[in-house]
Design a protein around this ligand. Structure first.
Ligand code: ADP
Length: 365
C-alpha cells in the first residue's frame, strides 16, 4: 500500500528505512529515539557520533544495525512553541528531507513515527495532518511505500469534530437499519400471510414484484437462458432507485470488474498513474488488474478505485457487485465509506485517517 497508517512499535517494522525523531545532537534521547537506539545496539550511537549533529528540519542517515531495516534516517523535529515560530514549515521539512534521503538511498519502503508529537509537544492531530499532507505530496510524483506508525490511541488521527460527526452517522444508520429490519420482518410476515391466502386463489403468472422496470420493446428471456444471480438486497435497492432495466442489468453483468474499471478510467480521461495514485494502489497491483480480465479484487481495492473515480453511491455498489461485494449498514467500515461518498468527499488520505481512527482496515493496497 503506498500510504498506510498502523499502530505499532516502529522498531519492529520491516522496511528499507525507519525514521527517528532525534534531537539535534543525534546522540540519543528518550521516546522513540531511545527505543531505536536500544533495538539497534551500540553501533548505531557510534555511527551517529561521526555525523556532527543535525539541524532542525533536516535529516541524516545511518545503517540499521540490529533493526529489521537497512537504514535509520534521523530527523530533528521542531519544539512546539504555540505554532507561531515556523513549527509547521520545519515539521514539513522533516518529512520531506527524510523522504528525499530515502529516495536517494534507493529505499522502496519507509516508516515514520509521529515526529515532534511526544516530548516536543506538537499537537497530535495537527502533527498527523502535516505528516499526511507532506507524504501525499511526495507520493504524487513517486512510487514508494510510506507507513505512518502511531503509538497512541487511534482516535487522535482525526479532528474531534470529524470523529463526532462520523460517530453520529454510524449511530443513526445502525438505528435506521434496525428500524428497517423490523419493518422488513413485518412486511415479510404480511407477505407470508398473503402467500397463504393466495394458495386458495392462484395469481397471474410472470409478476416479478417490481424488481426491475421493463423497458418498452425489451425481449423476453429465452427459455434456456441462464437466470442471473440476484444482487444483494442493499445493492438492489440502490439499483432500483436508478431505474436500471433488466436488459441493462444483464448487459452489465457480462463486463468483469477489471473491464468496468478500465472503461470508467477511459471515460474520465484519467491516466493509469493518476488513477492508481488517487486510489492508493500499488503500481504492480494495478498492472495485474489491467492485464487480467478475471481479476478478483479485495473489497478494499474496489472501494479505493470507487474513491479515485469519484463514483456515486449507486455506482460504487454496482462496481462492488461485479466483484461479489456490497455495503451494509451493519458494518462500521462500510458506513465510514458511505459517510464520505454521500458527502462527495473523495480524499483517500482523509478517508484512511478516519478508518484508522475507528480501528478499521484502510483502503488501497
Ligand atoms: P519528539 O521529541 O520528536 O516529540 P518523541 O519520541 O517524544 O519525539 O515522540 C514522537 C512520537 O513517537 C510520539 O507520538 C510517541 O508517542 C511516539 N513513539 C514513542 N515510542 C515509539 C515507538 N517505539 N514506536 C513508534 N512511535 C513511538
Amino acid at each position: 500500500m503506498p500510504f498506510n497508517i498502523i499502530r505499532d512499535d516502529i522498531t519492529r517494522v520491516k522496511c528499507d528505512a525507519i525514521v527517528n525523531a532525534a534531537n539535534s545532537s543525534l546522540l540519543g534521547g528518550g521516546g522513540v529515539d531511545g527505543a531505536i537506539h536500544r533495538a539497534a545496539g551500540s553501533e548505531l550511537l557510534a555511527e551517529c557520533r561521526t555525523l556532527g549533529g543535525c539541524d532542525t528540519g533536516d535529516a541524516k542517515a545511518t545503517k540499521g544495525y540490529k533493526l529489521p531495516c537497512r537504514y535509520v534516517i534521523h530527523t530533528v523535529g521542531p519544539i512546539w512553541q504555540g505554532g507561531g515560530c515556523g513549527e509547521r514549515e520545519l515539521l514539513t521539512s522533516c518529512y520531506r528531507r527524510s523522504l528525499e534521503l530515502a529516495l536517494s538511498l534507493g529505499c522502496e519502503s519507509v516508516a515514520f513515527p509521529l515526529i515532534s508529537a511526544g516530548v516536543y509537544g506538537y499537537p497530535k492531530e495537527e502533527a498527523v495532518s502535516v505528516a499526511v499532507e507532506t507524504i501525499r505530496e511526495f507520493l504524487n510524483g513517486q512510487d514508494m511505500d510510506v507507513t505512518l506508525v502511531l503509538f497512541d490511541r487511534s482516535a487522535a488521527a482525526i479532528s474531534r469534530s470529524l470523529y463526532d460527526s462520523i460517530t453520529e452517522y454510524i449511530d443513526d444508520a445502525y438505528a435506521d437499519s434496525h428500524d428497517d429490519s423490523a419493518a422488513r420482518m413485518m412486511s415479510a410476515n404480511s407477505m407470508a400471510m398473503g402467500a397463504a391466502l393466495s394458495e386458495a386463489k392462484p395469481q397471474k403468472p410472470g409478476r416479478m414484484m417490481g424488481l426491475f422496470r421493463k423497458e418498452k420493446g425489451s425481449k423476453k428471456r429465452e427459455k434456456n437462458e441462464a437466470v442471473p444471480m440476484m444482487p444483494q438486497p442493499e445493492v438492489l435497492e440502490e439499483v432500483c432507485e436508478e431505474e436500471v432495466s433488466l436488459e441493462n442489468y444483464l448487459a452489465s453483468r457480462d463486463e468483469s470488474f477489471s473491464e468496468a474499471l478500465l472503461r470508467m478510467i477511459d471515460e474520465r480521461g484519467l491516466t493509469d498513474a493518476e488513477t492508481y495514485r488517487k486510489a492508493n494502489i500499488d503500481r504492480k497491483l494495478f498492472s495485474k488488474i489491467r492485464s487480467d480480465r478475471g481479476y478478483r479484487p479485495k473489497k478494499q481495492t474496489v472501494l479505493a478505485f470507487a474513491i479515485a473515480l469519484e463514483l456515486t453511491l449507486p455506482e460504487t455498489l454496482s462496481l462492488l457487485s461485479k466483484a461479489g461485494y456490497t455495503l451494509s449498514d451493519s458494518l462500521k467500515f462500510d458506513l465510514i465509506i458511505k459517510y464520505f461518498i454521500s458527502r462527495g468527499s473523495y480524499d483517500i488520505f482523509e478517508i484512511n485517517r478516519a478508518l484508522f481512527a475507528f480501528d478499521q482496515t484502510l483502503i488501497g493496497c
